[in-house]
Write a protein that binds this ligand. Structure first.
Ligand code: IMP
Ligand code: MG
Length: 175
């Protein structure tokens, strides 16, 4: 089956939005340092661009999780594949994600990170699919709310492909 990509959000729209969120975070954290926690691999493109737009001091860390369950339906039970290098204790932490879908992964992850005693903990996502939400999760910074379509690009993959697209697209199948 052949796939095509239909553009949903252009590179320019995405970049402008990231600049906006960067300005917002810089205002909200004035006089403080932010510790960005990237959820690999999807969040990496967004986090790098976002970090460049933040004007207060920034430190970075990465974690990788995999959810038990099928490819398309996450169970909500999260296994840490790669943990953070540094403790979160007394830090102002922002978790940076590519997308919040059912909310299962993030809800589990945020609870787990809260237990590590950060001074503050917020969630920033480039994309949000509110129609798909199964578990309530509080999002502090959202780039775009999008309809229930499977999207790729800017870190998001379909079968590990298309992460490198500089825009957000929808995968369409011919035939
Ligand atoms: P949740 O636990 O259902 O919120 O799962 C979120 C994770 O599912 C994201 O971090 C993505 O890795 C993946 N995901 C959800 N929707 C999409 C999509 O439209 N395209 C690509 N990956 C997606
Ligand atoms: Mg993700």
């Amino acid at each position: 089956m052949a796939e095509r990509i239909r553009v949903m959000l252009t590179e320019q729209e995405v970049n402008e939005k990231i600049r906006e969120i960067g300005r917002q975070i810089s205002r909200d954290y004035e006089g403080r340092q932010v510790h960005l926690v990237c959820v690999l691999k999807g969040g990496s493109f967004f986090m790098c661009e976002l970090a460049k737009r933040i004007t207060v001091p920034v430190s970075l860390d990465f974690m990788s999780v995999s959810s038990y369950g099928s490819e398309t339906k996450s169970s909500g039970v999260v296994r840490i594949v790669k943990d953070l290098d540094e403790p979160l204790k007394d830090r102002d932490v922002i978790v940076v994600e590519d997308i919040v879908d059912s909310g299962r992964t993030l809800s589990y992850l945020m609870d787990m990170l809260k237990d590590r005693g950060p001074k503050s903990l917020r969630l920033c996502t480039l994309l949000d699919k509110p129609d798909r939400r199964v578990v309530d999760v509080h999002v502090d910074y959202t780039g775009f709310q999008i309809p229930d379509e499977f999207v790729v690009g800017y870190g998001l993959d379909y079968d590990q492909k298309y992460r490198n697209l500089p825009y957000i697209g929808v995968v369409e199948f011919d035939g």
